[in-house]
Structure formats: structure tokens, C-alpha cells
Design a protein around this ligand. Structure first.
Ligand code: PMP
Length: 302
């Protein structure tokens, strides 16, 4: 939410990641970036959401049974719902407790980590379940080279002697838009940041660690495998949290180009037509969580 009303953060970066993820799987979504962006804006407006998580999803649907999806239809839906405190109520203030997972992060030789594909989350879920069952908030996954990759739904940053580092793209990460935002905000704040290999023991000896993602935002890590991280102050993490909050709420005027306002004016100029009734409503009805986007042709193949 900004002073000018609801706004979507880095909408086009998310849309392009979706389009590129589909491209990796030879999936023809059939809509261009502008159409997808407009449909997202419509969905937020139609559900009168002020602050929410948005999940557009393209998926192979009706057609032949089997492993080859290329003859199947492609459907596209947009879900949006208020989603607070993804890592728990106190995550952003007190920090989270993590364990290094026994499950390794997928690597590009098996499944492409940079495609934001649902299948990747089977790997992430195994790590998350293991962590939660062991009493932790989140898992940190190593890659198949034994180096730090990321959380199950977040990227990870380390601070040592005032310098920031984060695993590079070759570490099997999803290149998070929040990660990129943090890197750019660090530049604004004149904090140097390196994209390098980080080892497990470098997690234990960090001055600060934090996780970041669209749902998690920026959450300090207060413990890894029973080792306390830092002394609970997290000064650099706090500065970045402040800069991030200022950016997504539009107080920080430096990056207002990252915000797409969902204003009545903007809706009036949209070209796509809005379906009159949502395809499916969840209970309770005041939370219209799932809004299949049916305003455009569903099937991409005749
Ligand atoms: N890694 C994984 C595996 C994720 O699922 C996410 C969340 N989308 C992220 C990193 C963070 O990405 P973003 O900042 O774009 O939300």
C-alpha cells in the first residue's frame, strides 16, 4: 500500500520471470507481458485488495494423459490473497531459526532452478518439512557442490565486517526479485555486496544473515543449526529492511518506477475485459482468494 493507493512491486520483473520460466518448458502462455500485467492489475482491483500476495500461474491442463505436455491446453489463472508473516509473526523483528537441510537444492542438470516451476517446490517442500518437524522455522539448502544455495522460498544474504554477500546464480538459486532489490538498495546505501560461493561454516561465523523473498520480505536469521548468529542487533539487516519498506510503500522516491499503482484511472485505461463473476470463490466469501482469469481465451491450441 502506498499513499496513492495499492501498488504492485516490480510487476514487469515478475511477469517476465513467469514468461521466461514458461519458455524453459516450451510452454506457450499465449499472452504477452502487457496482457498478463493488465490481468494482474484487474484481479487486484476486482477483489478490492489493498495489500496482498499475487500468484499468476500458467499450467498444462486438458488434453492427453502422459508425460509429454506439448499437446495439452495451457490455462492461466491469477490468485491473490492477503498473506502476512510468511515466516511467522516475529520473523521480521526477532529473526528466524534455521537448519541446514539434508536435502540438496536441485541443480541445472536435473531441474532448472531458475524456472519458477511448481515441480521445483517438491524439493523445497522436503527441506521445509524436515526443518519444521525438527522444530525450526526454515531450512537452508546447500547445492550439490555443498555450497549454500537458498532457503525453501527465499534467497539468503550474509554480512561479515560490514560487507554483504549472497550466492551467485550458479549456486542453484531462483534469482529472486527481492534479492535483486536488496542488491540495488545496498548500492544506494553504499554497502558493498558480492555474489560468491558461501560455505556452510561461513553461515555459522556470519555477523548477520537474512532471508528475503516476496512473501518473507527481509527476515533476519537468528540461529543456524544451534549456533547463534550475531548478537541480535542486525544493524545492516535493519537498514535494508527500512530501505525495503520505504521502497514498497513508495516513501523512498528513488525507486517509484518499481511500483505499478492500482488506481481507478489505471483500471479505466485497461484493454482486457474483466469476467463478470469469479470462477471460484473460497469460503469464507469475504476472502475472495482465487480468481481464475477467464476473460481471455483459455486454450492456446484449436
Ligand atoms: N527462492 C525460491 C526457491 C523462492 O521460491 C522464492 C520466492 N519466490 C525466492 C527465492 C525469492 O524470490 P522473490 O524475491 O522473487 O520472491
Amino acid at each position: 500500500m502506498t499513499a496513492e493507493g495499492p501498488a504492485i512491486f516490480r510487476l514487469y520483473d515478475h511477469v517476465w520471470r513467469l514468461i521466461n520460466s514458461a519458455k524453459i518448458y516450451l510452454m506457450d502462455i499465449g499472452y504477452g507481458a502487457d496482457e498478463i500485467a493488465e490481468a494482474v492489475i484487474h484481479t487486484i482491483a476486482a477483489n478490492a485488495l489493498k495489500e496482498c500476495y499475487i500468484r499468476p500461474i500458467a499450467f498444462y491442463s486438458a488434453g492427453e494423459m502422459g508425460v509429454n505436455p506439448l499437446k495439452n491446453e495451457v490455462d492461466f489463472a491469477i490468485a491473490a490473497w492477503p498473506w502476512e508473516a510468511y515466516l511467522g509473526e516475529n520473523a521480521m523483528s526477532l529473526g528466524v531459526r534455521c537448519m541446514v537441510s539434508s536435502w540438496r537444492r536441485i541443480n541445472p542438470l536435473t531441474l532448472p532452478p531458475q524456472a519458477k516451476c511448481s515441480a521445483n517446490y517438491a524439493n523445497a517442500s522436503l527441506a521445509k518439512i524436515e526443518a519444521v518437524k525438527a522444530g525450526y522455522d526454515e531450512a537452508i539448502m546447500l547445492n550439490t557442490r555443498g555450497m549454500v544455495s537458498e532457503g525453501t522460498g527465499e534467497n539468503i544474504f550474509r554480512v561479515k565486517r560490514g560487507v554483504l554477500s549472497t550466492p551467485n546464480a550458479a549456486a542453484g538459486i531462483l534469482r529472486g526479485i527481492t534479492r535483486d532489490t536488496v542488491i540495488q538498495l545496498a548500492m544506494d546505501l553504499k554497502i558493498s555486496c558480492h555474489r560468491i560461493d558461501i560455505s556452510r561454516e561461513e553461515l555459522y561465523t556470519a555477523d548477520e544473515l537474512f532471508l528475503c523473498g516476496t512473501a518473507a520480505e527481509i527476515a533476519p536469521i537468528r540461529e543456524v543449526d544451534g549456533r547463534q548468529i550475531g548478537n541480535g542487533d542486525y544493524p545492516i539487516t535493519r537498514r535494508l529492511q527500512g530501505a525495503y519498506a520505504g521502497t514498497i510503500h513508495g516513501w523512498n522516491k528513488r525507486h517509484t518506477d518499481w511500483l505499478t499503482q492500482v488506481s481507478p484511472l489505471k483500471i479505466a485505461t485497461l484493454k482486457v475485459s474483466l469476467p463478470t463473476t469469479p470462477g471460484r470463490q473460497h469460503n469464507p466469501p469475504e476472502l475472495t482468494l482465487y480468481y481464475p482469469y477467464r476473460g481471455l481465451p483459455l486454450s492456446l491450441r484449436p
